[in-house]
Design a protein around this ligand. Structure first.
Ligand code: DLL
Length: 433
């Protein structure tokens, strides 16, 4: 099976733009009518539905960003009544409050079709056995990919994360042919398989890797060690989750599904970048019911690829993600903002407000975060009586907010440079790109 929904995947551009225009108007009418936040935004920008005469009208519309979603926590941006929502997911956010996203049953169907398209595009068939080694909870990666693969008709092994040896045993026992996980976890799996001396016994042929940045070198390593073809998978919770853009078998850029997403790549001033230039990916959803978003600033830096793809699909194509426009860090697939760390640090009386975050690719290719904090003068006057107790306390508090384990290093007051600025606060040694 080459295509899942060929009429959309190979639509000519005139028809596609007509479809996008129709859906854009529906989306704007919907958010204006049903989301007070957008009604205000459109009124302030003086944009009326009847004046939207072409797709270009998008360039005048207001932007939406993560702060807007968070400010409307949890459900105030939803365009449908709560009883129409059949599922929520969430990702972490700067204020400690997560970003909540919701889905109607139609959203879930659309998402699963988008995902099935991607799966067909990379050559997955009903004969495949697909191990989904990502978190199945509030993270969109588990259920999002799961339903798409089921929809396509392949067998899913919902292994979730952790217990690497067991993951590999499952691959052997069930004859797993396709693997989905973060690229860093894939490297760890590959290394463990080498240690266990079972590489030759694996039947893997397809790998889809995403949720965090990775490089073409990592692709080469994964393809060589695991003897599979590795595809880049991009997505974000605000636009359903995984599946938004995916590489095809040409491995020459990511196809983004224009019938569901209207794509812009913009410079810092919000203007369209020149052809082939880098810019921030800004997406307007065209089919989402529960949480339609207008000009959502993803924070991801990419380039539009102009050439036609040899696979025959006519969609917009993006280069792999080249970085972030904001200070969001992605650690083991989890989004971490330095401001979240700060929020925890300032509330702990035993330490000062200064901190430094050091991220490294640790043993087994897995990211490790070290948070360096300063002991305050009166550190031991409260309940915590020694260094170990303070360190444990800071580690626990950080874990609660970040959802990821960190190591904490206590240093003397005044040791952390105070000139401020992101470069001081975050030292990223992973060199991922
Ligand atoms: O990471 C959805 C996902 C799950 C994608 C599984 C792929 C596979 P969020 O947790 O909302 O959603 O994080 C979205 O992760 O804005 C990017 O910064 C980053 N990201 C996702 N995929 C890639 C990728 C999921 N292939 C944020 N390359 C996005 C680089 C990626 N960065």
């Amino acid at each position: 099976m080459v295509y899942w929904q060929q009429e959309y995947e190979t639509m000519n551009h005139t028809e596609l733009h007509e479809l996008q225009f129709k859906r854009l108007k529906q989306t704007v009418a919907n958010v204006y009518e049903n989301v007070p936040f957008y009604k205000k935004q459109f009124n302030e920008a003086n944009i009326k539905l009847e004046n939207i005469k072409s797709l270009d009208a998008i360039t005048k519309m207001p932007f939406t960003n993560k702060h807007h979603i968070r400010d409307n926590y949890p459900f105030n941006l939803f365009a449908v009544p709560k009883k129409k929502i059949v599922r929520i997911h969430s990702s972490s956010g700067t204020s400690g409050k997560p970003t909540v996203v919701g889905y109607t049953s139609t959203d879930i169907k659309n998402w699963s079709n988008i995902m099935a398209r991607n799966m067909a595009m990379i050559g997955l068939t009903e004969d495949d056995v697909f191990q989904n080694a990502v978190n199945y909870g509030l993270f969109t990666g588990g259920l999002g990919v799961h339903y798409g693969v089921e929809n396509l008709g392949a067998m899913v092994v919902p292994s979730g994360t952790g217990n690497t040896k067991k993951q590999l045993e499952m691959m052997l026992d069930y004859g797993v042919t396709a693997l989905h996980c973060t690229p860093s976890y894939a490297l760890y799996l590959a290394e463990t398989a080498q240690e266990m001396d079972i590489i030759d016994k694996l039947s893997l042929r397809i790998g889809c890797f995403g949720a965090e940045p990775w490089s073409s070198n990592t692709r080469k390593d994964l393809e060589n060690i695991l003897d599979l073809k590795a595809f880049d998978s991009y997505g974000l919770s605000e636009m359903y989750g995984p599946g938004v853009a995916f590489e095809c078998q040409e491995q020459d850029g990511l196809h983004i599904w224009d019938d569901h997403f209207l794509v812009e790549v913009l410079d810092e001033e919000g203007e369209q970048v020149a052809e082939g230039e880098k810019g921030e990916l800004v997406i307007t959803s065209l089919t989402k019911e529960a949480l339609p978003l207008i000009r959502y600033r993803t924070g991801d830096i990419t380039r539009l690829l102009e050439s036609e793809c040899a696979c025959g699909r006519t969609t917009t194509r993006l280069s792999r993600m080249l970085g972030r426009a904001d200070d969001m860090l992605i650690v083991r697939g989890i989004n971490v903002f330095p401001s979240q760390i700060e929020q925890v640090i300032v509330q702990i009386q035993e330490i000062t407000d200064q901190f430094q975050v050091i991220i490294d690719r640790g043993r087994h290719h897995l990211d490790e975060i070290l948070v360096r904090v300063e002991l305050d003068d009166d550190a031991f006057t409260g309940e915590l009586k020694d260094l170990a107790a303070v360190r444990k306390h800071v580690e626990n508090e950080l874990k609660t907010i970040l959802n990821i384990r960190t190591n904490v290093e206590l240093v003397e007051k005044g040791t952390i440079p105070r000139t401020g600025g992101k470069s001081q606060k975050v030292i990223d040694r992973r060199n991922a790109l």
